[in-house]
Design a protein around this ligand. Structure first.
Ligand code: FAD
Length: 320
């Protein structure tokens, strides 16, 4: 991923998509058909989520291998390291390598639904330990991404609330341990993302690392409010007011959602566009909203005309 980002021309932008492994075989088949169609949007890479504690390990690995090898998409496998055991992590990394997957998003993970707090195990207390472990075991074979939180992670919050500054020592540690890029938690308050990018500039270790904003298309009012709550993303008053007016009309929510996301991309590009090369979409395995955003966005539309670079080139690019 890092090399692919570096090989973009100065004015070129990219998009990437997150997928989760469907529970059923028919869901898996439907997703593959959708993924095939979504390849036409020219994502630079796609990512596959990992269920808390390794709960989706087989399905995540299957989907990631299919994306990388059968669909020719550069694939990033998410991997979490707490509430799990080392064997699951060793197995995942070995199988990722066997399947030609060159990218891991190294995460701590959230607690399973039955637990309120995450429990560190003896090997891995946080994402930094997983980054270190991947580097120790595999050297530079994997390109490693980590998570960032424009509004601060809840674990770093105190009486005064969440604050991204409090996460900085941990983010610096993750990058010093060998992380190559950062994908952020989803957000709707674009000013918070812009401040976050500026905050990273204050740290020698963070100022040049690719920072990829995470964006969630708005498909229904219910999904939007639920996802914002789960991810602790604040919603600017004007966005909430506009969406509330049409909350019972799914089509109107979708249309407005495309406008809101296109505006977010436009504002990022016009303020810190020289620093932000691409946009990661939490597309919830859905196709239409992302396709409409790309089509409607002046910043992203040119991506549709870029020549496709398939994952077969991953090794060649990585060895350049
Ligand atoms: P870390 O970077 O280890 O820590 C997060 C925060 O916790 C730090 O910023 C800091 O505030 C605090 N912290 C860390 N270490 C310490 C310490 N030693 N002392 C005090 N405070 C500390 N979850 C899944 O289960 N599966 C997924 O596929 C998945 N994908 C994700 C993709 C993205 C892009 C993002 C942003 C999140 C994803 N998550 C996923 C959620 C993630 O696992 C949770 O947000 C988790 O709570 C933190 O993971 P992390 O890797 O950011 O943790």
């Amino acid at each position: 991923v890092k090399e692919k980002i570096q090989s973009l021309k100065p004015n070129e932008k990219f998009i990437s998509f997150e997928f989760f492994p469907p529970k059923t075989d028919s869901g898996f088949r439907n997703l593959l058909a959708r993924l095939n169609r979504m390849s036409a949007l020219n994502p630079l890479f796609i990512t596959v989520t990992w269920g808390a504690g390794g709960s989706t390990s087989e399905k995540s690995l299957d989907l990631a291998a299919t994306c990388q090898n059968d669909l020719g998409l550069t694939t990033v496998l998410h991997l979490t390291c707490t509430n799990t055991n080392k064997e699951i992590i060793d197995d995942a990394l070995a199988r990722a390598k066997r399947n030609g997957i060159r990218n891991i998003l190294a995460l701590r993970g959230d607690p399973p639904r039955t637990q309120e707090y995450w429990t560190p195990n003896c090997e891995f207390n946080g994402a930094v330990d997983l980054v270190k472990y991947i580097r120790e075991q595999y050297g530079d074979y994997f390109c490693v991404g980590v998570a960032g939180y424009p509004e601060g992670h809840v674990d770093g919050s105190d009486a005064s609330g969440q604050d991204p500054k409090k996460d900085m020592p941990y983010l610096v540690e993750k990058v010093k341990a060998g992380a190559d890029f950062i994908i952020t938690q989803l957000f709707f308050d674009v000013d918070k993302f812009i401040s976050y990018e500026q905050l990273l500039q204050e740290y020698e270790e963070l100022k040049d690392i690719p920072l990829i904003p995470g964006l969630m298309p708005i498909t229904t009012y219910r999904v939007f409010t639920r996802a914002s709550k789960l991810s602790h993303a604040s919603i600017p008053r004007e966005i909430l007011d506009e969406l509330e007016k049409v909350s019972n009309d799914d089509d109107a929510v979708k249309t407005l959602g495309v406008e809101i996301l296109s505006d977010i991309v436009k504002k990022i590009d016009s303020t810190i566009g020289s620093k932000i090369k691409g946009y990661h979409f939490y597309c919830l395995n859905l196709e239409k909203a992302v396709a409409s955003i790309v089509d409607q966005s002046e910043v992203l539309k040119p991506i549709l005309d870029m020549p496709q670079v398939s994952a077969e080139h991953d090794d060649a690019i990585a060895s350049e």
